[in-house]
Design a protein around this ligand. Structure first.
Ligand SMILES: CC(C)(COP(=O)(O)OP(=O)(O)OC[C@H]1O[C@@H](n2cnc3c(N)ncnc32)[C@H](O)[C@@H]1OP(=O)(O)O)[C@@H](O)C(=O)NCCC(=O)NCCS
Length: 376
């Protein structure tokens, strides 16, 4: 084949989608035409989830019905919670979550159908069930994991916090989680979404596609970056010298987590939004060191490498200030991105063609086969 190979498919248009627009020139990000600034300031996560899944913003009646459906679908079979309680706590939480979601697919009532309506029901169920999995990942043997989920708060963000041990959280905490869920919900053909679409394109099922996506999101170049950022911030704080930490790593050509983006080369609009919320949290908690440490890293990275922070950079310190365990930062991303993945799986199934690119072969040319006895 003579076509040029584009490493990492950088800039390649791999399909059509009506879900999310990433305007890399103007730096804008829109879900179905609505700016991320408007959505994060004026909508709730449930409104955004509805927008992504159903294609339009809900009116009040739609929203009530959707929230009722989410609340009704929250419970997770006991054997899935037993599985999470049985595995060692040292198991990576994304590995555990990937397997738990795969198990959930085994007896989903719609598992045999890829029809749009069936996929939609699976999407709503999984979106509703993920918080219970997150709670079990954070505290595998806690008794509250088996409490009837309808007794939890109605709002998705507050419900999530309650499962992470925060009963009656303050309004600011709920707002930060809600905004974070909105910002993480969708980002067109990112690696995990593309993995989901590749799986869906073989007409495999919804849970298989989501399982592929979770495995892909785990990596530190993608969703795993938010946990890696917090580990880095804690290291820098312990060492006490930002400039030395960064210059040593940049000299060795190491990646600084939470910086750079394949598409958003001129800055990530989501970063500015979560940065403001992380700052408000720090002020409210009287803990300003993460904001000043992060600002110094941001200035240095722009000066030295011309790189901007991405969403993961300030999400990490926001989650830390909320008191969330670092090992569940990326699983929390899953609780949000499930909506974007689901929208893409449905879009793929509804207008499918198998995704099957080519490679440029770089191995040996044709050669004679040597019989086993004659090989050196
Ligand atoms: C997101 C990411 C994978 C995009 O990668 P990419 O588009 O393939 O960009 P490249 O790796 O080709 O980087 C281009 C240049 O910028 C540098 N660079 C990119 N991100 C960097 C980072 N976070 N820290 C230091 N240098 C970085 C590369 O070393 C390379 O430099 P060079 O031209 O001197 O070799 C990359 O920026 C990264 O690894 N970031 C850190 C992980 C992260 O935060 N991921 C979450 C993404 S939302």
């Amino acid at each position: 084949m003579s076509a040029p190979v584009i490493p990492g498919l950088d800039g390649v248009l791999a399909g059509d989608s009506a879900i999310c627009e990433v305007d890399h020139e103007g730096g804008g990000l829109r879900y179905r035409g609505y700016s991320i600034e408007d959505l994060s300031a004026q909508a709730s996560f449930e409104e955004v989830a509805f927008l992504l899944l159903f294609g339009t913003l809900p009116n009040q009646k739609d929203l009530n019905t959707f929230q009722d459906a989410l609340v009704a679908a929250r419970s997770v079979p006991a054997y899935v919670l037993d599985f999470l309680a049985a595995i060692p706590e040292s198991v990576n939480r994304m590995d555990a979550l990937r397997t738990a979601v795969s198990i959930l697919g085994l007896d989903d009532p719609d598992t045999g159908s890829n029809a749009h309506a069936a996929n939609l029901r699976k999407a709503v169920r999984l979106c509703a069930q993920l918080p219970a999995l997150l709670g079990a990942l954070a505290n595998p043997s806690e008794e509250k994991n088996t409490k009837p989920p309808e007794e939890g708060p109605r709002g998705h963000a507050e419900y999530l916090l309650s499962l992470l041990g925060q009963e009656a959280p303050e309004a600011l905490s709920i707002k930060v989680i809600d905004v974070s869920l909105i910002l993480y919900a969708e980002h067109e053909f990112n690696a995990s979404t593309f993995a989901a679409r590749v799986t869906a394109s073989s007409m495999s099922d919804f849970h298989s596609a989501v399982t592929s996506a979770i495995g892909t999101l785990k990596g530190p170049l993608h969703g795993g970056a938010n946990e890696a950022v917090m580990a880095m911030l804690l290291n820098i704080e312990a060492e006490g010298d930002v400039q030395r930490y960064l210059s040593e790593r940049l000299a060795k050509k190491e990646k600084i987590m939470g910086f750079g983006h394949r598409v958003l080369r001129k800055g990530d609009p989501r970063s500015d939004i979560i940065k403001g919320h992380a700052k408000s949290l720090g002020e409210a908690r009287g803990e300003l060191k993460w904001a000043s440490l992060s600002a110094e890293i941001e200035e240095t990275m722009l000066r030295e490498k011309g790189l901007y922070p991405n969403l993961d950079f300030y999400s990490a310190s926001a989650y830390y200030l909320l008191g969330l365990p670092i090992s569940i930062y990326t699983p929390l991303f899953v609780c949000s991105r499930i909506t974007g993945w689901a929208a893409h799986i449905m879009e793929q199934h509804d207008s499918n063609r198998l995704i099957r690119p080519r490679c440029r072969y770089t191995g040996e040319g044709p050669r004679p086969f040597p019989p086993l006895a004659g090989r050196a």
